[in-house]
Design a protein around this ligand. Sequence first.
Ligand SMILES: CC(C)(COP(=O)(O)OP(=O)(O)OC[C@H]1O[C@@H](n2cnc3c(N)ncnc32)[C@H](O)[C@@H]1OP(=O)(O)O)[C@@H](O)C(=O)NCCC(=O)NCCS
Length: 192
Amino acid sequence: MITTDSYTYMPELVTPRLKLRRLTMRDAADIYRYSRDVEVARHVLWSAHQSIGDSRSYLRYMLRRYRNHEPASWGIEYVQTGEVIGTIGFMWIQSDNSAAEVGYSLSRDYWNRGLMTEALKAVIAHGFGSMNLNRIEAQHETGNPASGAVMRKCGMVHEGTLRQRLFNKGKYVDVELYAILRRDYRAKVHDR
Ligand SMILES: CC(C)(COP(=O)(O)OP(=O)(O)OC[C@H]1O[C@@H](n2cnc3c(N)ncnc32)[C@H](O)[C@@H]1OP(=O)(O)O)[C@@H](O)C(=O)NCCC(=O)NCCS
């Protein structure tokens, strides 16, 4: 049986270059370093951090979510340096439908090295493994094609364009919806 705790249990997920782990208040300086970048914030629903206080508020919000067993994000630690270079996690989880949506962001210094693909693959494996999900969704603004590339490289399938789905940073934007089903994932794993 699936319990709320099995959904929000967030063990460390280790990949060749990354450690996905719970955030702590000690990560504020690392989070601020990349979250102040307007390019990182351009296609996400948060605004670029104006001060380290914004990063601390974000961390307090995340720690509250851990405490309350609500869907939350892992910090993405770059193992070689121990620095937190991004976050990835579940935006919502629906137990009735065994479905969840994943979201992520990464420091611009680390883009285009396959790192978010590595992180998302680990989160998908956790979602279909320990969490026993049936469907994992992700969405990106149409103007942010790199994020769609990450989703496709992780086996997610494009399901459609949601026209003017969001009002973000002063304008309505189209959104691309992707998902991967447990049966697609199983078939891929067995193919290997
Ligand atoms: C989107 C994001 C997570 C990608 O992370 P990443 O670690 O650079 O992703 P990867 O290196 O695993 O893959 C990026 C892919 O996008 C491709 N790409 C990069 N810029 C692109 C562009 N302008 N158009 C099309 N594809 C692009 C890369 O070529 C690569 O694909 P490939 O391996 O087939 O060549 C990262 O850019 C980011 O955090 N952006 C800011 C926050 C954000 O937008 N989050 C997602 C919200 S939905």
